[in-house]
Design a protein around this ligand. Structure first.
Ligand SMILES: [Zn+2]
Length: 230
């Protein structure tokens, strides 16, 4: 099972506390910002000392977000190792466990900002994050969450970038993390089977377990998802 704890204080202190608690994974949530209002991509920052697990996990998350929202990934196949010219590295490099910093959408892009303010957008982001944690940390454990910008002793009023049309990066990052925390804590089976799901919006239409080694094929021309019999 998963336990979730939110870490507050300055960034290095958050990471040290998560280390002391033996957290299995560390996530800091942000939204991106650019002087261009059309910037539109997903990227994940990893520490300069990131493990292979952190890199694979970050790429998995960035690609899943880009596919879902119809955007692209940036950086090195979805990740920026060591941050933007070093920015972001200090938010992660003190962790002993796999750690990623999320930049799924742009606060500065009006269309992205609408998604970020919407319940359905927050739910989708929380679900992708939750699935990424299940995928990379199937044995469960303590998951450490950090809301970017907010709750720093050094700058208590920082809320990060302004969302186009109203709101702040940090307040919405916190909403997404709270939803993900609720989803993770509802999971009662660890190491569950691989599952195929069909969703319409937030509605689950179909769900079936499949063998871990089976090849599931989606044919977009036929509109057919083929699941071999197990
Ligand atoms: Zn930020």
């Amino acid at each position: 099972m998963y336990k979730v704890k939110f870490y507050k204080g300055n960034y290095a202190a958050r990471q040290r506390k998560a280390n002391n608690d033996n957290a299995v994974a560390y996530i800091e949530h942000h939204f991106n910002s650019s002087s261009s209002s059309t910037a539109s991509y997903a990227v994940v920052v990893t520490g300069s000392n990131a493990s292979r697990t952190s890199k694979n996990w970050g790429r998995w998350y960035a690609k899943a977000v880009a596919r879902f929202f119809g955007t692209q990934v940036s950086g090195d196949d979805g990740i920026l190792v060591g941050g933007w010219n070093g920015r972001g590295d200090g938010n992660l490099k003190h962790t002993n466990m796999p750690a990623i910093l999320l930049e799924p959408l742009f606060a500065s892009n009006p269309q992205h900002a609408e998604i970020i303010r919407s319940t359905s957008g927050q739910d989708a982001l929380a679900r992708i994050l939750t699935e990424s944690i299940q995928r990379f940390f199937p044995a469960g454990g303590l998951i450490a969450f950090s809301v970017g910008h907010k709750y720093k002793k050094s700058n208590p009023d920082d809320r990060g970038a302004a969302l186009a049309g109203g709101g702040t990066e940090a307040d919405y990052a916190e909403k997404v993390l709270k939803k993900a925390a609720a989803m993770l804590q509802e999971i009662d089976e660890i190491g569950t089977e691989r599952t195929i799901r069909v969703m319409q919006g937030d509605q689950l239409l179909f769900e079936t377990p499949v063998d871990e080694d089976t090849l599931v094929v989606w044919d977009p021309d036929r509109g057919l998802l083929s699941i071999p019999e197990s």
